[in-house]
Design a protein around this ligand. Structure first.
Ligand code: ATP
Ligand code: GCO
Length: 193
């Protein structure tokens, strides 16, 4: 396959059980917010961004150009795990946009809950660096992208994950996720009036 062409179809284990909570994961700038909001609409659920779970000190640290450590991330991951538990208890479908870079972070978020699945937005550093260079109004310095890739442990086939190539346009990514997650077909809109 040509290196500059997206995969024709997603990779990864995939599964046909619609997730109650989908976690859109990947490095900074991979498209988690963009895709996560659209996936939440498609699932009829709510959208939440992991950035809103960070203690202010974490945001300040990243703004200042320093990557987070495991110690910085554990309380943040625990806060999200608690929120996931609440959503599942309430039967509230939800999409969480969260980098979830390491396997141990993902294990903490899933913690044996089969209703949680990941959508991994996979892309090269070059593609994402170009997108970050063009993004405006976000606190995350593009210079931290290198450290994001150094930390990233791409999900393995034993994880509940659908992997999508981010060179696809968002609409195609949502189509692939819909199919691979086994979401029910979208109801046609009733005629106006
Ligand atoms: N599939 C896509 N094709 C083209 N551009 C995209 C795609 N997905 C996202 N983008 C663009 O890439 C940039 C990064 O996307 P986005 O902000 O959603 O990433 P993110 O993973 O949420 O980043 P962060 O973790 O830093 O918050 C945005 O400018 C967005 O418009
Ligand atoms: O784990 C991390 O290093 C952080 O979550 C970062 O990924 C940022 O919060 C996010 O990418 C910026 O929005």
């Amino acid at each position: 396959m040509a290196a500059d062409r997206p995969d024709p179809e997603s990779r990864g284990s995939g599964h046909a059980i619609p997730p109650g909570v989908a976690i859109v994961m990947g490095v900074s700038g991979s498209g988690k917010t963009t895709i996560g909001k659209q996936l939440a609409r498609r699932m009829g659920g709510i959208f939440a961004d992991a950035d809103s779970f960070h203690p202010p000190a974490n945001i300040e640290k990243m703004k200042a150009g320093h990557p987070l450590t495991d110690a910085d991330r554990w309380p943040w991951l625990d806060a999200m795990a608690e929120q996931i538990t609440r959503w599942l208890a309430e039967g509230q479908p939800a999409v969480l946009a969260c980098s979830a870079l390491k396997r141990v972070y993902r294990d903490r978020l899933v913690a044996g809950r089969p209703q949680v699945a990941f959508l991994y937005l996979s892309g090269s550093e070059a593609v994402i660096a170009t997108r970050l260079a063009n993004r405006r109004g976000h606190f995350m310095p593009p210079a931290l992208l290198r450290s994001q890739f150094e930390t990233l442990e791409p999900p393995g086939p034993d994880e509940r994950v659908v992997t999508v190539d981010i060179r696809h346009p968002p609409r195609r990514i949502i189509d692939i996720a819909t199919r691979r997650f086994g979401l029910p077909p979208q109801q046609p809109k009733p005629p106006a009036g």
